[in-house]
Design a binder for this molecule. Sequence first.
Ligand SMILES: [Zn+2]
Length: 316
Amino acid sequence: MIKKVLLFSLLTFFVQGGCRNESQQPKPKETTQTQTTAENRNDGNQNMSDSSSNKKPNPQSAFYETLNTVLSKRGMSANTVCDGDDVVARRILEEYGAMFLANEVVLVPPVCMFTSEQAVLRFQNQAGPKATNIGGIKIELQSAALNDLLAARAEAQQQGLDITPRGGEAARRNFADTVRLWDSRVKPALAYWQSKGKISSQDAARIRSLPMRDQVREVLELEKQGIYFSTDFSKSILYSVAAPGTSQHLSMLAFDAKEFGNKRVREILARHGWFQTVKSDAPHFTYLGVKESELPSLGLRSVKVGEQVFWVPNVN
Ligand SMILES: [Zn+2]
């Protein structure tokens, strides 16, 4: 049971995934596969210290096995995209990593965490953004991702439905966007915890000046001690924003759909290779470009939350 709780806590640690700009999503009760008790659901984060433990990734898990197979065709491996000894990086990979299993018609990023605008731009240029306009909002995605999104939209419209962007940042984003969102949580939280005497002014200044990757690590370390960085200081920062440089939107393989609550829309998107892969980030769809029936053999497992099915890395 304890093992199960730890596993669940780890899985829930990185909820509220790649969309991350924005308002918190409602959290319908999860009903299958990762069943647990209400006490363990962790909305109150009692188990966050467990979830922040230094659990090493398991290279024998279904996810890592298939990830290495899929990436090897691209001349990459799990270790080249994320340092295997870097627990924070591996957790991020296990949260957003479904993207790395995408069909070879698209490019996947060379790293699980971009660390500069230049690196993001280099990748985005290499991948080749393709643009369209939906409802007055510019949408930029990798070509195959955009083509299949437009095909899904056409199918939806034939059925009297529609698929439209949820907000102005629904598709491509840049590195600065992800840093800005991160800072909007970290800076107020440092001031708050300093005022509570939990962090010294010297430490707060030091953390503010750290390179981003080190700052992410330090923030997550502090959260292990109950010093949380969410907007209300009661839970992990990762419930509402992604670590900088990790959003799937940087890779132009993600789209936030306004109509995410419509089951038929979700089914249409899935038929065209678009899936929900970040649990509790319901409007966020990831382009994988494969059939849904192939996803288990790719090392993903389905997690049902309410009526929605999320395909997440099958790690254990
Ligand atoms: Zn998103």
